[in-house]
Design a protein around this ligand. Structure first.
Ligand SMILES: Cc1ncc(COP(=O)(O)O)c(C=O)c1O
Length: 347
């Protein structure tokens, strides 16, 4: 039975072109700055995101952590969304490692932080308060249906940040999905950001790695933070080679993933016992609710798993499905067929 794995776009496997590039990569000791393939990837990433420099890190979590550590000192405060990946799923790393205080404001359903909420959260100069230092945005927003944040919104947050002398970090794990969905250049989405991290290992299908982009000075500091976290890698060019292929060959095709996600959402909207608004789905992440009485997401997921369809239960009612490079339009038909069967059998 072919498994149709919709749990995450992290399930993607390196393409043949990536495997070839990895086998042939020219390498050196990257802690000495001597790995030509890593250097090439870092230049390419910086250029794509419109920043001076970039740093190859092991994961999105590390990219977000080194960025927070470099923007903030002990006791400084970060304003971020209540549903931010960085807040929810990264072990509170900035607090655990950097003594940085998180200040959450509610994520709107489209992944934004309301501008007035940001303004209210910014601390005044008062001996009782931590110092507001950083605004952290997520684009696309994982837990908010993979919603992309548009350029105008970024400009509005940029204006607030400048007025209050705050920095902006964008967790752009899926920034290329955002750019493709909005039909804009990634660098235009990150122009207001002092730093941005993005993942090579999700929809872009590289096996390992994320990039942090920013000014040369910021990246020099981030390189030190990466080293103290144990993230200095040696002949990392074998991995970076796949990242170069990811950036050159895997971005434009993300539109297929978005079309498949929309098709899945439209199909699910027709199913009894499932609730979803297909208009909410703009990129590759599909959240839906199992509303059938007596059926919890875990049970739904187990039943479709038995038929070769994998999805992720999230919370008391929700299920997440993510489309990616290995999911075809025919796979979506297959998944919808299985779900229809499972839901029709449930009393
Ligand atoms: C929005 C977002 N940020 C950061 C990460 C962390 O990436 P990694 O798993 O590479 O640490 C993820 C992973 O799913 C994510 O979805």
């Amino acid at each position: 039975m072919r498994i149709i794995d919709l749990r995450s776009d992290t399930m993607t496997q390196p393409t043949d072109a990536m495997r070839r590039a990895m086998a042939e990569a020219e390498v050196g000791d990257d802690v000495f700055g001597e790995d030509p393939t890593v250097n090439q990837l870092e230049e390419l990433a910086a250029e794509r995101l419109g920043k001076e420099a970039a740093l190859y890190v092991s994961s999105g979590t590390m990219g977000n952590l080194v960025s927070q550590l470099k923007h903030c000192g002990r006791g400084d405060e970060i304003i971020l969304g209540s549903h931010a990946h960085t807040f929810f799923f990264e072990q509170g790393g900035s607090a655990a490692v950097g003594s940085i205080h998180p200040r959450t404001v509610p994520n709107q359903p489209d992944g934004k932080l309301a501008l007035e909420d940001i303004e209210i959260a910014i601390r005044g100069d008062n001996v009782h308060f931590p110092r507001s230092r950083l605004i952290l945005l997520e684009n696309t927003h994982n837990l908010c249906n993979g919603c992309p944040l548009e350029i105008d919104y970024m400009k509005a947050v940029g204006e607030i940040a400048r007025r209050h002398k705050l920095k902006i970090h964008v967790d752009g794990a899926r920034i290329f999905n955002a750019a493709i969905a909005l039909g804009v250049e990634p660098k235009d989405l990150t122009a207001e950001a002092d730093s941005v991290s993005f993942c090579l290992s999700k929809g872009l299908a590289a096996p390992v790695g994320s990039m942090v982009c920013g000014t040369q000075d910021f990246i020099n500091q981030a390189r030190r933070a990466r080293k103290v976290l144990g993230g200095g890698m040696r002949q990392a060019g074998v991995l970076a080679a796949a990242g170069i292929v990811a950036l050159n060959e895997m971005v434009a095709r993300l539109a297929e993933d978005h079309a498949n996600a929309k098709k899945l959402a439209l199909g699910l909207a027709e199913m009894p016992g499932i609730s979803i608004n297909p208009d909410d789905i703009q990129t590759n992440i599909v959240f839906f609710e199992v509303t059938r009485e007596g059926m919890v997401p875990e049970e739904f997921v187990q039943k479709i798993d038995a038929e070769g369809i994998r999805m992720l239960p999230v919370g008391p009612q929700k299920v997440r499905a993510v489309t990616h490079y290995h999911i075809t339009s025919a796979d979506i038909d297959q998944a919808l067929g299985v779900i229809a069967k499972v839901m029709s059998k449930v009393k």
